[in-house]
Design a protein around this ligand. Structure first.
Ligand SMILES: [Zn+2]
Length: 538
């Protein structure tokens, strides 16, 4: 019985963990795509996809589900266990992801035809994504599913995204039992629409995320009054509010806020303001939210529905679909709200809206999510005076604002609070899904403050779940960055980054070394402790 850490090891995306529960029988927990810049190389799966019998999927976000169609393309024909809501969201998100793969490959092929002539194949096709959906088995929260001999599973609400789950895996091999809990992403408290993360009673082993493992969310004004104020100021100038938003989850939260503002008459001066959601994926996701099981919704949302109202629909909401309708939004100058994706302005229709609205000081560009380094969203948020969009240089004259207090992830105290709710604490806590510092920092915090053994393994590390010991602890392998940008500042930044990554690797190596000293002579351990303390004093 063995767990192998593949993806999201010391990084935030690409969640994928392999478990062998009997001799040569395998399942995965999540099968996510790496997104953005990652520092470390993710090891290939050590078994052929055809050998994997099951995937337990914690939630639909692409960094947890996005490689399922590739797994299918390479031979996986097993069953994917996930909640019905995760399945429904995956059916639109994987189709969207496949479409992006196909479009990108077609674009590269078109470019290549002008010189080498090489045809670029998409990572996977729409057909792969559609056929992957046939493998899903929809599950309900709280039910124990007897999956196979020596393997059962239960999902409980992780409060991170509609249908998101903690997965409890009950394993048995040669009469010995172990319970492994995988957190997926742990939700933040009091998010609109969805429930708070539910407690889990016990585990022998826990794999937990650490996106905010070393940080505490700032206490800020609640989002609805802040949003109301931004609308009031912008409409007062005769401008519009443009919101780059992630299509699934964040957009529906915004709709909930706008319904509250309208229903509670918080903005009486501009009561009938229109809200346009200009993103086909967001509109499909909204439909999934509207059809979800009531158990996925928090008590306030259920109350709204019990009164016969729709929690994410209101007068003045328009969902545009065709690109002509999208373009028409920018010729009509009535003050309005436009929600469009992508959330970091890297692609999608939002670029079109930014091009038409960024230059006008009456407008507000309202960010509602994290903007990763190097993205157009981050460049605008950081105060660029002008940006190039769709081939045109555009002045940034609009007001730039950030709606705070709406993170979908628990912070350090939230993670610790959830972990504290275990009546029987895990004997080992594995940490993943955080950047290098967050993973290691949270593992140390758990060890020091909760007295639980904890480590953040690098990709390829293996742990024997029966014996409770490491089989293999890998060294981090640093990804070679493409030198396409070639500028001296980015070279200097890479060098600085490399030095820092080397430092972190040395600290991790020391951590792994100390792990192996367990059970050694006290004198040896004391000697090393003193040397580390001396180094710290210096
Ligand atoms: Zn997520």
């Amino acid at each position: 019985m063995k767990i192998t850490f593949i993806g999201a090891a010391h990084q935030v995306t690409g969640s994928c963990t392999l478990v062998e529960w009997m001799d040569n029988r395998y399942f995965l927990v999540d099968c996510g795509m790496e997104q953005g810049e990652n520092d470390f190389v993710m090891e290939e799966l050590p078994v052929a996809p055809g050998q994997i019998e099951y995937v337990f999927l914690t939630h639909a976000h692409i960094d947890h589900s996005g490689m399922l169609p590739l797994l299918y393309k390479r031979g996986f024909r097993g069953t994917i266990y996930a909640t019905a809501e995760t399945e429904n969201l995956c059916s639109i998100m994987l189709a969207d992801s496949a479409h992006i793969q196909e479009t990108d490959a077609a674009y590269e092929t078109k470019k290549n035809l002008r010189h080498s002539g090489a045809v670029v194949e998409p990572l996977y096709t729409s057909e792969d994504a559609a056929e992957t959906m046939d493998l899903f088995k929809p599950c309900e929260y709280g039910e124990i599913y007897m999956v196979d001999e020596g393997l059962s599973a239960r999902f409980s609400d992780a409060g991170h995204l509609l249908g998101s789950s903690f997965v409890e895996l009950f394993l048995e091999d040669r009469g010995e039992r172990r319970k492994l809990v995988c957190s997926g992403d742990v939700g933040n408290l009091d998010q609109p629409i969805i429930n708070n993360p539910q407690p889990v009673k016990e585990a022998d082993y826990l794999l937990i995320e650490s996106t905010y493992g070393t940080r505490i969310h700032e206490t800020v004004n609640p989002p609805i009054p802040a949003l109301t104020e931004i609308l009031r100021e912008t409409f007062g100038r005769g401008g519009s509010v443009i919101i780059p938003s992630f299509a699934v989850g964040r957009t529906q939260e915004l709709l909930y806020f706008f319904r509250e503002i309208k229903q509670k008459h918080l903005l009486q001066e501009y009561e009938s303001f229109p809200v346009y959601v200009d993103s086909p994926l967001a509109n499909e996701a909204t439909a999934v939210f509207l059809q979800c099981s009531q158990v996925c919704l928090d008590p306030p949302t259920r109350e709204i529905m019990a009164e016969g109202q729709n929690p994410i629909w209101f007068d003045g909401l328009y969902t545009t679909v065709s690109s002509d309708e999208s373009k028409a939004l920018n010729t009509d100058k009535t003050p309005k709200v436009i929600i469009s994706s992508g959330g970091m302005c890297e692609g999608g229709r939002i670029r079109h809206h930014l091009k038409h609205n960024l230059w006008d000081s009456r407008n507000t560009i309202l960010f509602v999510g994290y903007q990763a380094n190097g993205t157009l969203g981050r460049i605008i948020y950081d105060g660029a005076e002008s940006v190039k969009i769709l081939g045109e240089e555009i002045d940034v004259k609009a007001q730039i604002a950030l709606l705070q207090g709406i993170s979908g992830h628990a912070d350090r105290d939230g993670l610790i609070g959830w972990l504290s709710s275990f009546e029987k604490k895990p004997s080992y806590v594995f940490v993943n899904h955080g950047d290098d510092l967050s993973c290691s920092g949270f593992a140390s915090y758990v060890q020091e403050n909760m007295g639980l053994q904890s480590l953040a393994p690098y990709s390829g590390s293996e742990f024997d779940l029966l014996k409770g010991e490491w089989i293999r602890l890998t060294e981090p392998v640093i990804k070679k960055k493409s030198s396409a940008s070639g500028s001296s500042t980015s070279a200097a930044k890479d060098k600085k980054n490399k030095a820092y990554i080397d430092l972190r690797a040395a600290v991790s190596a020391l951590e792994r070394y100390t792990e192996q000293l367990k059970g050694h002579a006290n004198s040896e351990i004391k000697q090393l402790t003193k040397r580390i303390q001396d180094l710290m004093k210096k």
